[in-house]
Ligand binder design. Structure first.
Ligand code: TRP
Length: 447
C-alpha cells in the first residue's frame, strides 16, 4: 500500500483548517447570535467558551485524527474501539444536515454579489434581503451554490480552493478592517460599540440559560468541531507538529475574523436604525448591504467583499461535503463523482424547506447548534477522556514542548470540565428549543 500522504508544510495544515473554520459562521452567524443574545453579554461568554472549551475540544479531534491516520469513522476502529464508530457516523450525518442550510446562505451570498454589482439593494436593504432569502430565488441560488460545492468535491480539486484560502483569509481581514475603520466614522458608531462591547450584567444574569447554549453552539460551529472535519485534517499531520501550537493559531485567526465582523455590523446597524436584536438571520446581510449602500464606490467594494465571502463559504462547504463523500468512497468503492452528485443532490433536497422560509432555516440552525454539535463533541470528549486516554495523552505530547503538566491538565479538563459544560448546554439548549416551539404555538393560537 502506498504511504499515506501528509501535509507538505505545517502552514498547509493550518491554512486548510482555517479555510474550513472561517466561513459564514464568522460573518453571518456570529453577528446574528450576538445580536440575538444581547450583544456584549454574549460576546463575553462566547470568548470564554472559545478558549476554555473550544480550544481543548479541537485538540481532542486532532489527537483522534493524527493517532489513527484514518477517516473519522474508521478512526475509532483503528484505535481499537470499533463500537465507538457511531460517534464518527453521527458527525458525518451532522455535517450533511449542516450543509443543507449552509448552502442556502451561500446562495444568499451569490445574490448579494449580483445585487452589489447592479446596486439593486441600495435603496431598500431590508426589502432586498426579504426577496433573496426565502422563495424561488433562494431555491435557485441554493442549487447554484450546492452545484459549485459538488463540482469541486467531485473533481477532487479542493487543493485549488485550499490554495485560494491563503489569499482569502488575509483578504477578508483587510476588507473587514477597512469596513470597521469606516464604521468608526458613522453617527451610530458609539451606540454600536456600546452594544457590542459593554456588557449589561443584569441581562447576562437573567438570560444565562439561553446565552450559554448559543455561545457553545456558535463556538463549536465556527471552529468546525464535532463533524469530524478536524479529525480528517489532522489525520494527514506528521508527528513532529505541535498540536497545541497549531490549534491555538487556528483558534486565534478564526476568532479575529468574527470579532472584526462585529466591529462592522453593530455600528452600521445602529446607524441605519435597526435594533440589533431584531435582525434575526438577516442581521449581517442587512448591515453589510447598508454599509455598501452608503460608501462611495459601494458597488465595487460590495462585489469584492461578497466574492471573498463566497470563497470563504465554499471552502467551509467543501469540508462539510467531503466528510460524507470520502466515507462512502473509502468504504464502498463507488466513483467519487457519482457519490458527490448523489449526496449533494440529497442534501440539496433536504435544504429546500430552509430556502422557502427563514423560520425553518432558524430551526435547522438551532437543532445543529443546540443539539447535534454539543452531542457529538460530548461523545468525542468521553472517548478521548475515558476510553482511549493513554493513546490520547501520548499523542498530544508528540511534537509539543509543553510538557506533562499541560497534557495532564488537558486530560482532566477533557474528562470533567468539557462533559460537564456540554451536559449543561444540552439540557439548557433543549429547554430553549422547547420554549421556542411553545412560543410559536401560542403565537399561532393568538395570531
Ligand atoms: N466553521 C464553518 C463556518 O464557520 C462551518 C463549518 C465548516 C463547520 N465545516 C464544519 C461547522 C464542520 C461544523 C463542523 O462557517
Amino acid at each position: 500500500m502506498a504511504e499515506r500522504e501528509t501535509w507538505t508544510t505545517r502552514v498547509g495544515f493550518i491554512f486548510a483548517a482555517v479555510g474550513s473554520a472561517v466561513g459564514l459562521g464568522n460573518i453571518w452567524s456570529f453577528p446574528f447570535q450576538t445580536g440575538q443574545n444581547g450583544g456584549a453579554a454574549f460576546l463575553l461568554v462566547y470568548l470564554a467558551v472559545v478558549f476554555v472549551i473550544g480550544f481543548p475540544a479541537m485538540l481532542m479531534e486532532f489527537v483522534i485524527g493524527r493517532r489513527s491516520k484514518q477517516n473519522p469513522i474508521s478512526a475509532f476502529r483503528e484505535l481499537g474501539f470499533e463500537n465507538w464508530s457511531f460517534a464518527g457516523t453521527l458527525g458525518v450525518l451532522g455535517s450533511a444536515v449542516t450543509l443543507a442550510f449552509y448552502s442556502v446562505i451561500g446562495g444568499w451570498v451569490l445574490s448579494y454579489i449580483v445585487g452589489s454589482a447592479t446596486g439593486t439593494y441600495f435603496g431598500n436593504v431590508a426589502g432586498f434581503f426579504g426577496t433573496v432569502s426565502a422563495g424561488p430565488l433562494a431555491v435557485g441560488t441554493h442549487a447554484l451554490f450546492m452545484g459549485l460545492t459538488v463540482a469541486i468535491v467531485a473533481f477532487g480539486i479542493q487543493g485549488g480552493i485550499e490554495r485560494a484560502t491563503k489569499v482569502m483569509v488575509p483578504a477578508i481581514l483587510v476588507l473587514l478592517l477597512g469596513l470597521a475603520a469606516w464604521g468608526f466614522t458613522l453617527e451610530g458608531a458609539t451606540a454600536g460599540y456600546e452594544y457590542y462591547l459593554s456588557p449589561d450584567f443584569g441581562y447576562l444574569a437573567d438570560n444565562l440559560t439561553s446565552i450559554v447554549p448559543s455561545a457553545v453552539g456558535q463556538a463549536f460551529f465556527t471552529l468546525s468541531l464535532g463533524f469530524s472535519v478536524m479529525i480528517a485534517y489532522a489525520s494527514y499531520l506528521g508527528s513532529d507538529d505541535s498540536l497545541p501550537a497549531d490549534g491555538s493559531a487556528i483558534v486565534v485567526i478564526n476568532t479575529l475574523v468574527a470579532l472584526l465582523a462585529g466591529f462592522v455590523v453593530f455600528p452600521v446597524l445602529l446607524s441605519i436604525g435597526v435594533e440589533p436584536g431584531s435582525g434575526g438571520v438577516g442581521t449581517a446581510f442587512v448591515s453589510l448591504a447598508g454599509a455598501f449602500a452608503q460608501i462611495p464606490g459601494g458597488e465595487l467594494l460590495g462585489v469584492g467583499f461578497f466574492i471573498v465571502l463566497l470563497l470563504a463559504a465554499l471552502s467551509s462547504a467543501i469540508s462539510l461535503l467531503e466528510t460524507p463523500v470520502s466515507y462512502v468512497v473509502d468504504n464502498y468503492d463507488y466513483d467519487r463523482k457519482v457519490v458527490a452528485t448523489v449526496l449533494g443532490g440529497t442534501i440539496f433536497a433536504a435544504g429546500i424547506p430552509t430556502a422557502l422560509s427563514t423560520a425553518t432555516l432558524g430551526w435547522y440552525n438551532d437543532i445543529v447548534f443546540n443539539l447535534l454539535l454539543p452531542l457529538v463533541v460530548l461523545l468525542f470528549a468521553l472517548f478521548v477522556g475515558w476510553v482511549a486516554f493513554d493513546e490520547s495523552v501520548d499523542e498530544l505530547a508528540q511534537g509539543s514542548s509543553l510538557g506533562t503538566g499541560f497534557t495532564a491538565l488537558w486530560l482532566w479538563w477533557v474528562r470533567l470540565v468539557i462533559p460537564a459544560a456540554i451536559g449543561l448546554t444540552l439540557v439548557l439548549g433543549v429547554q430553549d428549543l422547547a420554549l421556542k416551539a411553545q412560543l410559536i404555538e401560542s403565537a399561532v393560537v393568538l395570531g
